[in-house]
Design a protein around this ligand. Sequence first.
Ligand code: SAT
Ligand code: MN
Length: 588
Amino acid sequence: MNLGNCNTSNEAVKSWVQEMVHLCQPDQVHWCDGSEAEKQLLTAEAVKSGVLVELNQQKWPGCYYHRSNPNDVARVEQCTFICTPTKDDAGLTNNWCDPDEMYVKLHDLARGAMKGRTMYVIPYLMGPPGSKLAKVGIELTDSIYVVLNMRIMTRMGLPAYEHLGLRRDFNRGLHCLLDLNPDRRFIAHFPKDNTIISVGSGYGGNVLLGKKCLALRIGSYLARQEGWLAEHMLILGVESPEGEKTFVAAAFPSACGKTNFAMMVPPKHFAGWKVWTVGDDIAWMKPGADGRLYAINPEAGYFGVVPGTNTKSNPNAMHMIRRDTIFTNVGLTADGDVWWEGMDGPPPGECLDWRGEKWTPASKEKCAHPNSRFTTPMQNNPAMAPEVEDPNGVPISAIIFGGRRATTLPLVFQAFNWIHGVYVGAMMGSEMTAAAVGGRGQVRRDPMAMLPFCGYNMGDYFRHWIRMRKHLRHIPRIFAVNWFRKDKDGNFLWPGFSDNMRVLKWIIDRCNGRAGAEETPLGWVPRAGDFDLAGMENFSAEQLDEAQTISVDEWKKEILEENELMFHLHDSMPKELIFQRELLVARL
Ligand code: SAT
Ligand code: MN
């Protein structure tokens, strides 16, 4: 079979592509180089075939629109598998399948699946060129949309081949659209083989294989073997008016405002302060020679939730997505404009909704899908940290765990020490969002926001976290936050968005030994004077107290709800975490 105009001399890459070409039988093979000319060519092709719609180029230069199949708009956890040699290796929080069985099933589905189509070979690098933490993947796909998104989300083409050289340790990713039948949708990971096969979906999280599949599921597996951490965390830097920069990493479940937090503009009161974005979704972290924990962002772009994005919630994002952006599943007007719930300004009189149906402001349905997304290069972010290209990464002073909780969890507290912090992260609960198909609003345990993304047994993952402590001499402080607590009438107790800077300021002051706190059963919390509320309109110290309330009754319930996870992971749960729970009960 014709391999086309192959652009690498790496024999391992060539022979694997050959094997997959033989399996999928595409009409053509296109080896992507990541160039501007290639982008132009593929974009034109995607517009011609209707995969992309060109937006009004005056208003949205370089921007395009895509609508996915209505049955294919979010990650599907029930179709996601970790195929380790034993079920125990994957653990009860993952779907497991025997690798041989899964290979047979998926190769059967992939056989001849690209007949009449083009196979694109996407070499991509996760992480800054030259970084010891960076990894190479090759994704084979028959979706031109995937190519154009991967081009934004990763460093595609030459940097990948250069990093790989003649080695064979690249991630092998195969993606076939098939006919998008949800019954034949599988996202399967083979951690031992550093391999991913995704079939039957065209949606971001299922098919941009560098992101959740490689950077988190396979990444977390490799991280444990190699002594580092692959986490579902944003990375940001806070710069004081004096020029001191403090970096923090923060884990939140999908669609809980990670991108907004990572790109935050401090409120007026914080004149001279600046927040820099290193990453908005994923952190790869490893202890450095100096005993500090260093983090890189393996990605090169943002795949962010669109609804609710406006000049108040995220002014930097509004600036950033004005150009070079692919919008997926938002509303589209006849004159090439886009709209979504929560955008600035009034809605259009009439447009097409995310399904392509006529929509007016009187419609009952949402115009944009709640999980509609923008894909944008990080270079467009006016607050992108220059350190994002540093192969050594940035030193992390604080790790923050957050969830979406209407009750129980206070606005902020600091864990007593590393192991206590691991317990706090491990027992995190959050209300489910539109980022995954299924039970929206229900609280579920989402340890370290990694429940859908940990590529091996969650108990072993906690143990790995506990062990990392030994490799660190300057231990990041660990915090828990909850921006989403509500009063009894259902109103949010904390304004959030730019005011989260106040919480962040207390956190970095704690790390730098400057802010006070008082001890509570949960951990250290700011006292009235430790927390800067100046310049807040309509917000009083009493409201802060309410947001910070620790109710023993609510916590009794919370600890009982942790049982589900404790039972689930009983065989592998580190005893340290069971002791931490006993200590919490004693303190309460
Ligand atoms: O859809 S993605 O998985 O890429 C985003 C997310 O759920 O965090
Ligand atoms: Mn995410």
